[in-house]
Ligand binder design. Sequence first.
Ligand SMILES: Nc1ncnc2c1ncn2[C@@H]1O[C@H](COP(=O)(O)OP(=O)(O)OP(=O)(O)O)[C@@H](O)[C@H]1O
Length: 210
Amino acid sequence: GEIPSMLLKRSQDGFLTLRYNNNPELCSNGNSCVPPKKKSNSMVPVYVAIPIVVVLVILLLLVLLICMRRRRQASNSIKPQNETRFTPPHSWDRNRDSSLQLNNQRFTYEEIMVITNNFQRVIGQGGFGKVYDGFLENGTQVAVKLRSESSAQGVQEFLVEAQTLAKIHHKNLVTMIGYCNDREHLALVYEYMSEGALHEHLRGRHYDTT
Ligand SMILES: Nc1ncnc2c1ncn2[C@@H]1O[C@H](COP(=O)(O)OP(=O)(O)OP(=O)(O)O)[C@@H](O)[C@H]1O
């Protein structure tokens, strides 16, 4: 503010010594008042807080989205254990989706007999029963795993293997081409693995069928 004229006059008359150079908020007639420094902007914290809150909310939403997606994937991969009927996904039905070509197609038992040439050549024996060599119409060599009635492993385990392989596709896993669920016959048709089973390699010998 302005220095009162009374004080200025007394200073000019020599009765008073005024020192106010270091106080920019004081001014005399001759000097222009230095405008008081603006107070720091009280809105600055708001400008900083808003983006932080927005970023936190976005992160929270992303985490929630990821959690929901993982939970959905987990629930999809767990099927009820007491399910006894073989209910292949729609994609297994070649009549519904011809674009699937050989993937997961459904075969009748008669077709399985043709593919394996009436179960002519056994190439292995597993927990579910015998595995037969076979050829599809287009010449693709396949391995047909036929569940035997006397199998120690139940229908349920067989279906679990089928359903798992129908979902999982990996270059290191055998590909399931199709299946047969015809009356009492259950069979899975796999791509033929000419190199044999991994455990045979680990043991250092191949299954001898001849
Ligand atoms: N896709 C395939 N290509 C070539 N041979 C196969 C194929 N699948 C199975 N075999 C042969 O059949 C054998 C039995 O296979 P299968 O998968 O039925 O039984 P496993 O995996 O050895 O035992 P388990 O059924 O008890 O798990 C194998 O050791 C292998 O020699």
